[in-house]
Design a protein around this ligand. Structure first.
Ligand SMILES: [Zn+2]
Length: 1023
């Protein structure tokens, strides 16, 4: 995977706590405090032990005596243990060498020489996360798991992969690039470029936002490694040789250039012992020359311009320009300065009260901020970028002027105190909220700073930074304004970069690729040609041989817990509205959800539901205009969101619940304020500001259009499912290509008053207590208060209660509590006469790669065949489709999954092929029907399914499956027992009965470039 910069504030958002809900006895945090500086453990020396009470952890810093490898352990009472090793990889060309190396080391190592041990471990482990990333200046390999044995297994595989990889020539061709005959077995077919990274990067740069961000970094920091593309520029990739790859590994993947991070409640000694024994003891010290020197500052600003492909789905086709100004800031190893600049950036751009939002977004010059906008701390020196996307070329000068003027205004007037308070409140919430992937969030939070030899422990002391920030403000009321002057007004290292679409962009790109190809081909001798043909066959043969993975460690099915712990909930009512209370160690937070069905909403308004959800908490309510409302939400809550929901029934594919879910959280002390905000939203939302609505519509249309190149497989799957069940049809309306096109149409409307007038009509049906049920998760101590507040809230909104006739006739009621005769129920829509039908749809889009999906209607969740289908899907993905679609086909990814709604969806991601991939899907079914798999394959698929079933659930989300989908713990346990019981015969049986041609209805969708054979084929609908 190739990762581009993200701002620290995004990382902070994920940095949330998982407090100890296992016994406190002798906690990991306390045990770690007993280490002393200077202590020697298994070849390491402890250099620092620090308690970080804010994050409930103890940080232990160590150095490896011989190699100098740096080590940080964060001891915390969290069972989701994490390991990560990162290397400073600072390439000086755009061949993508660090990225191709990242892929290739995962292809087999000395102790584990089988092909692709990394992907194979996905099926032999209960890992909660496994991945690898290439950033601009480091490469990171993290995994997490809750099982101690699994941790040791994965650690062995990861250490061997990075330190002792095979790096075979064959792996380099497969993952990097190669010249090969289009049909490898046919030497008369033409030669083309192939390779996983080659295709992946073509896909990455088909996304204009990514393209722009890459140019911006290259041009703002032109002196060293940031001037090249670490992931690989597609046309430079074919310049890389296998020798260069091995050389890069030898110099960069050395312990002396490594930083190792472990996290969780497992003992540190064990980790150190294993890391020393299996890896570090085999190395000496080197002097890696990988540091990034500071960029020489410019003495005057620079201006540059780049081009991109034009976007058929852009809200306004003539407004497709991007313009940003980017400023180079200080060194990220200066933690407090970085913290301050990060906060300052948020104050300048976040939310409708920020100066840049007022100056740039509200006048409607562009559709939204450019996605590069904000603080970026991923490079050695941080930067701040501000600008717009979706604007007309003529407006460029105007935008530059506004940016300069806004900076002057900020220097003159500063920020309101309440804005600063709202931001600091946000940080408090982020520290309190508990997520299930805390270790991973921590690893990526410290990665960049540590990579440049900054102090990672310093970064963790967040509340110390907050106090120091408050002091600075108190001592000097102009503290922030002076920073703005220093870093923006008086900073000559600034870049203005514009990007405009070029009609011929893709054509030129294809030409350049063809030119490169011809260059390579012309230099080939007869011997080379013969070699290429033979290597192609060799690779094909290697891909076709059955793999012996027995060298890899594995958990057994018997290592999986046979039963699940039950989550008690209390079902009650407040003001006649059903409420589910769930007591959880939420660390002083309260989580509220409400589900409202939309059964009485007229059909023609349904397509507006996502738009309604998007704007209902952003237009103002009660006494508050939209700015005050935004401020209040930031100051008192962890956010308030509303989103559409389509919930397929667990027993019947033609039955589903439709509605919206309201969701918010707050610190316990702000509970009354949070409910006041919801009451005002129900009682007196504002629907009178067309200009405000236009801003929100443009942003949302732009976001949808931008998302397609990244989530093309989701759009393809949603569309392919559309004609198979009634719930999938509604899902397409809410979140598929139909919705993207609908929002584009709305964004193009000159007058939005007709849309504005629809919102109160929708509100009457959706925000109706008659159709509502609620759920709250909070600590046991707070529950009594919560119940009181719920009573008050339901009284406050009672006037909106109205019985309305449902639009559809067939309503099926399902009790919320299966055990007692409770009156409260979910009201589902039944469509017993729904006729699934076959549909093949092609969306022609300006991408150089395809997203292919085929969807099959199977059975609902409680059906006895559901567990077999689920395991079958996992097994086909790992044992057949991965090889066909990724290894042979050159796609970035592909597989098949079974959704809760009983739809089995095949998919491929960033795929050079289109209809061939459909054949691969069918090949997978035949493979399964013929039983060409082993008991080991079945067991591995089970492990893999259980690692998803048993993924940790945060206290904020416990009990939600029951509240939303009606899936009780008893149902989960039954499902679990059925999963254990699945046999190879069951798999062959369901593959034949459900997936074979002619058995069940299929839907097919492809998103991709112009495709002549499909255009000529009348069985396809081309859009
Ligand atoms: Zn990649």
């Amino acid at each position: 995977m190739f990762r581009q910069s993200r701002t620290i504030i995004t990382k902070l958002r994920n940095l949330s706590l998982q407090c100890s809900w296992r016994s406190r006895g002798s906690s990991a945090v306390e045990r770690a405090l007993k280490y002393t500086t200077g202590q020697k453990i298994h070849g390491f020396t402890v250099t620092e032990v620090t308690a970080v009470p804010d994050l409930f952890l103890t940080a232990v810093k160590l150095n490896h005596d011989v190699t100098g490898a740096q080590y940080l352990h964060a001891a915390r009472d969290d069972t989701n243990n994490l390991f990560s090793v990162q290397f400073r990889t600072t390439p000086m060309d755009s061949t993508g060498v660090p990225h191709i190396l990242e892929h290739t080391v995962l292809c087999g190592s000395q102790r584990f020489p089988c092909r692709d041990p990394f992907f194979k471990m996905l099926n032999r482990s209960l890992s909660t996360f496994m991945n690898a990333f290439t950033a601009s200046d480091y490469t990171m390999y993290p995994f997490s798991t809750q099982n101690a044995k699994d941790f040791q297994n994965l650690l062995s595989v990861y250490l061997d992969a990075v330190f002792f990889p095979c790096l075979r020539e064959l792996d380099f061709w497969q993952e990097g690039w190669r010249l090969e005959h289009e049909a490898p077995t046919d030497p008369s077919s033409r030669l083309v470029f192939k390779g996983v990274v080659f295709n992946e990067m073509k896909g990455v740069f088909s996304d204009n936002e990514r393209l722009y961000a890459q140019h911006l970094q290259n041009k703002l920091l032109p002196d060293h490694t940031y001037s090249v593309v670490s992931g690989g520029e597609p046309l430079a990739i074919p310049d890389l040789t296998w020798e260069q790859l091995k050389q890069f590994h030898a110099t960069h993947y050395h312990p002396s250039n490594a930083r190792i991070f472990t996290y969780g409640d497992l003992p540190l000694e064990q980790h150190l012992e294993q890391i020393e024994r299996e890896a570090l003891s085999k190395f000496d010290r080197t002097q890696p020359d990988t540091a990034v020197p500071p960029q020489t500052p410019w003495n005057k600003p620079r201006i540059d311009h780049v081009t991109c492909s034009s976007d058929a789905l852009a809200p306004d086709p003539v407004k497709q320009n991007t313009l940003c100004m980017s400023y180079l800031l200080g060194d990220i190893t200066n933690t407090f300065e970085t913290f301050t600049l990060n906060l300052l950036s948020s104050l300048m751009i976040s939310g409708p009260n920020s100066p840049f939002y007022k100056a740039l977004i509200e006048p409607n010059i562009g559709t939204d901020f450019s996605s590069s906008t904000g603080f970026d701390g991923s490079t050695r020196q941080a930067s701040f970028t501000i600008g717009l996307q979706g604007m007309a070329e003529d407006d460029c000068e105007k935008v530059k002027h506004i940016i300069a003027q806004t900076i002057d205004d900020i220097i003159a007037t500063g920020f309101e105190e309440e804005q600063v308070e709202a931001l600091l409140h946000k940080i408090e919430i982020q520290m309190k909220h508990q997520s299930t992937s805390f270790g991973l969030a921590l690893a990526s939070y410290i990665a960049s700073c540590w990579n440049h030899d900054g102090d990672p422990v310093e970064l963790l002391k967040i509340s110390e930074s907050v106090s120091r920030f408050r002091e600075c403000l108190k001592e000097n009321p102009h503290f922030l304004q002076e920073k703005v002057r220093q870093y923006f007004k008086d900073n000559t290292h600034q870049l203005t970069l514009s990007m405009s679409p070029d009609e011929k962009f893709l054509e030129k790109r294809a030409e350049a690729e063809e030119h490169k190809l011809q260059q390579k081909i012309q230099s080939l001798t007869d011997v080379d040609n013969k070699d290429i043909y033979e290597k192609g066959l060799q690779l094909l043969a290697a891909q076709n041989t059955i793999q012996d993975a027995s060298c890899l460690p594995a958990l057994k099915v018997s290592d999986i817990e046979p039963t699940i712990p039950f989550t008690p909930v209390q079902l009650s009512a407040a003001g006649g509205i059903p409420v589910q209370y769930c007591e959880q160690p939420t660390n002083g937070m309260v989580y509220f959800r409400a589900m409202c069905n939309l059964n009485s909403l007229p059909e023609d308004l349904k397509i507006y539901v996502p738009l309604f959800c998007n704007v209902i908490t952003k237009l103002g309510c009660g006494e508050l205009d939209y700015r005050q409302q935004a401020q209040r939400i930031e100051l008192k809550t962890g956010g308030m969101t509303v989103s559409p929901q389509v919930i397929p029934d667990t027993d019947d594919l033609d039955l589903y619940e439709q509605g919206i879910i309201l969701s918010s959280s707050c610190l316990e002390r702000n509970l009354p304020d949070m409910f006041q905000l919801w009451s005002d939203t129900f009682n007196s939302p504002h629907f009178n500001d067309e200009e405000r609505l236009r801003v929100l519509v443009m942003m949302s249309a732009q976001e949808l259009a931008n998302g397609i190149s990244f989530s093309g497989h989701s759009y393809a799957m949603t569309r392919a499912a559309r004609s198979l069940t009634p719930s999938a049809d509604l899902q397409e309306t809410f979140s598929g290509m139909d919705q993207v096109k609908f929002m584009k149409r709305i964004a193009e409307m000159a007058d939005l008053t007709s849309v504005l007038r629809k919102l109160p009509r929708i509100k009457r049906h959706l925000l109706n207590p008659e159709n509502m049920r609620c759920a709250v998760n909070a600590t046991p101590l707070k529950m009594a208060d919560v119940q009181g507040e719920m009573e008050r809230f339901t009284q406050n909104i009672a006037a909106n209660r109205k019985e309305r006739k449902p639009v559809r006739q067939n309503i099926v009621e399902k009790s919320l509590d299966a055990h007692t005769e409770s009156a409260a129920s979910r009201k589902l829509i039944s469509e017993p006469n729904f006729k699934p039908c076959q549909m093949k749809t092609y969306f022609q889009l300006p991408f150089p790669v395809n997203f292919v999906s085929e969807c099959v209607r199977t059975v609902p969740f409680t059906h006895t065949d559901f567990p077999s289908l689920c395991i079958l899907a996992r097994m086909m993905t790992a044992k057949y489709l991965h090889g066909e679609i990724r290894e042979k086909g050159g796609a970035y990814g592909g597989g098949v999954r079974l959704g809760a709604g009983g739809l089995l969806s095949f998919y491929s991601y960033r795929d050079p092929n289109s209809t061939q991939t459909l054949s691969a899907f069918r090949g997978g079914v035949e493979w399964a029907r013929e039983g060409k798999f082993t008991q080991q394959d079945v067991d591995e698929a089970k492990l893999s399914v259980f690692s998803a079933v048993d993924a940790p659930i945060a206290p904020s989300d416990k009990g939600l499956g029951r509240f939303l989908n009606g899936v009780t713990d008893e149902m989960k346990q039954t499902y679990r027992e059925r999963l254990f019981a699945v046999t190879d015969k069951n798999l062959i049986d369901v593959a034949g009965r459900y997936l074979a041609v002619g058995q069940q209805t299929h839907g097919v969708t492809i998103l991709g470039p112009e495709n002549e054979s499909i255009r000529k084929d009348p069985s396809w609908v081309v859009k």
